[in-house]
Ligand binder design. Structure first.
Ligand code: PXP
Length: 237
């Protein structure tokens, strides 16, 4: 059974939309742990559009499960990771203008710089996962570059419109998992997973961890809305 890591970035997105103090992703992380999640994931982006440095510092002090820090392999982020010491770093590609992380890392193209980044993080005692597309050559390169784990990008499977397209994307994931299970790599998956599409991915027994964010936070808004309205009505009346 796969572990669940919950990405809390979009709690911070709602807060940053108003520049106020709530909702606090730190409180969200505590509730996520109380509900039984195996870990907390957050992405400190270069532009700080959601998670802030303060969030990361307090999350580090309060998380009782595992902190998975997603970040770009930049000098600034490597320094932050080395002082924060998350249980694992997931290296992701990052472009300022994108809505979210849109594709996996190109481990082959950036092999030398990724190798250096991984070596520095390992020196600080931090294991490293690489967020990659489900492609055999990227998996091989991930092992060669010294990664401890990979996170397979499920976004194309999740975005597929027709059943045939979904089957095609699922096959890519299954082939990638088969390849990775012969390598010395832990296997996670994530991106775009929701209440409708998660099952077929959760059935893949070699995948040890699923990292899910947006759909869980989006559902929390809806399942919590009635209570929130009732509480406001009680105050007004
Ligand atoms: N895994 C990685 C590497 C990601 O970059 C993200 C998005 O931040 C997720 C998982 C979670 O994706 P989603 O919010 O679509 O569930």
């Amino acid at each position: 059974m796969a572990r669940l890591g919950v990405n809390i970035d979009h709690v911070a997105t709602v807060r940053q939309a108003r520049g106020v103090m709530y909702p606090d992703p730190v409180i969200a992380a505590g509730l996520v742990e109380l509900a039984g999640a195996d870990g907390i994931v957050c992405h400190l982006r270069e532009d700080r559009r959601h998670i802030q440095d303060r969030d990361l510092q307090i999350l580090r002090q309060t998380i009782q499960t595992r902190l998975n820090l997603e970040m770009a392999a930049t000098e600034e982020m490597i320094r932050i990771a080395l002082t924060t010491k998350p249980e694992i770093v997931t290296l992701v590609p990052e472009k300022r203008e994108e809505l979210t992380t849109e594709g996996g890392l190109d481990v082959i193209k950036f092999f030398p710089s990724l190798k250096k980044a991984i070596q520095r993080l390992h020196k600080g005692g931090i294991p490293v996962s690489l967020f990659i597309d489900p492609q055999k050559n990227q998996i091989k390169a991930s092992e060669e570059v010294g990664a401890d784990a990979i996170e397979i990008h499920t976004g194309h499977y999740c975005d597929a419109k027709t059943p045939a397209e979904k089957d095609k994307e699922l096959k890519k994931i299954l082939d990638a998992v088969a390849e990775a299970s012969h390598c010395n790599l832990q296997i996670a998956a994530g991106h775009g997973l929701n209440y409708v599409n998660v099952q077929r991915i959760a059935e893949i027994k070699e995948i040890e961890e699923l990292n899910i964010g947006h759909s869980i936070i989006a559902r929390a808004v809806l399942v919590g809305l009635k209570q929130a309205v009732r509480e406001m009505i009680a105050l007004i009346r």
